[in-house]
Design a protein around this ligand. Sequence first.
Ligand SMILES: Nc1ncnc2c1ncn2[C@@H]1O[C@H](COP(=O)(O)OP(=O)(O)OP(=O)(O)O)[C@@H](O)[C@H]1O
Ligand SMILES: [Mg+2]
Length: 358
Amino acid sequence: MSQAPPPTPGPSTAGPPAQHTDGVVRVEHLTKTFGSGPGAVHAVHDLSFEVRPGRVTGFLGPNGAGKTTTLRMLLGLVAPTSGTATIGGRRYDQIERPAHVVGAALEAASFHPGRTARDHLRVYAPQVGVPDSRADEVLALVGLAEVAKRRVGGFSLGMRQRLALATTLLGDPPVLLLDEPANGLDPEGIAWLRGLLRALAREGRTVLVSSHVLSEVEQTVDDVVIIARGQLVHASSLPDLARLARPRVSVVSPDAAALDALVAAHGWTVGASGRDGDAASYELLDVSAAQVGAAAFGGRVELHRLAGQDVGLEDLFLQLTAAPAQQTSAEAPAPGPGPAPVPSSTAPQTDAPAGGER
Ligand SMILES: Nc1ncnc2c1ncn2[C@@H]1O[C@H](COP(=O)(O)OP(=O)(O)OP(=O)(O)O)[C@@H](O)[C@H]1O
Ligand SMILES: [Mg+2]
């Protein structure tokens, strides 16, 4: 795995422990355009959000949404076209001992295959400024103690993910930025990761974990930041997101007139309706099957179908991040229901990318 950032060689003297309360991650009007002219890629566009300590935050968006690019800007691996990305109020290049402030694991695993897990960590330990013994501590933390002496070349994807996580924990950083850490983990591994991330957040750390599937992190995260096409489409606590998912009821009656009257009398919100001869069908929003059933029973309306449906969070996620009908670069407005706190009036970014990055 390409460990990012590579632990920088720094003073090996142990300094004061990093302030966990310093761990606010802030992205303000962040924009990244790769290339210029007609072929320019608007990877991230006027993106603003904040990630708080003591919580696990899911950084969510479909493939190509700009998650990795945003993380790379936070880690000083890509220069923003405009805007700022800070950790504890400082840009990455202003942080004195970065490995003690932020641990990051980006996608794309590449370890030296001939090295053992322990040796891999011992190579990094002096750069981070921690004793060799820290290697065994972090291996134990990620459940790799038993394979400490095995060569990484023979590791499974899940084991590599764990080793990547161990590397990020070497400097005991208060902020963790993890790009798709659940990739390659089996269900047991995902449950384990959930426990570890929650424990790290309980210690007061800031834990930002990206994923392109909400359901993968649904049980892990406290907050969500959802992006699509480089723009913010939603940021809130998970319960607030869940409230956007509207329950719906499908109901069919052979007596269309009676069902029409019932729906009108109760003022239910109609999502969709249909006719089939004398029969009527409705899709009603924000009401439960029990409520509709009770009302029909009370009104002596015969029903041939009554089915409640909870809109899953994943459906909502798909709605929020769905491509708009006419997508025109990163200018496309945020789609879907719910708050869309994206200023979308900014002019297209035409800045050439700052040099240096791929
Ligand atoms: N170095 C680069 N040069 C040109 N375009 C890039 C570069 N890096 C990323 N992009 C483009 O920026 C957009 C966002 O990519 P990014 O990797 O940030 O998305 P992502 O949300 O991490 O996606 P995934 O879920 O697939 O990992 C994509 O269109 C991608 O092709
Ligand atoms: Mg990515």
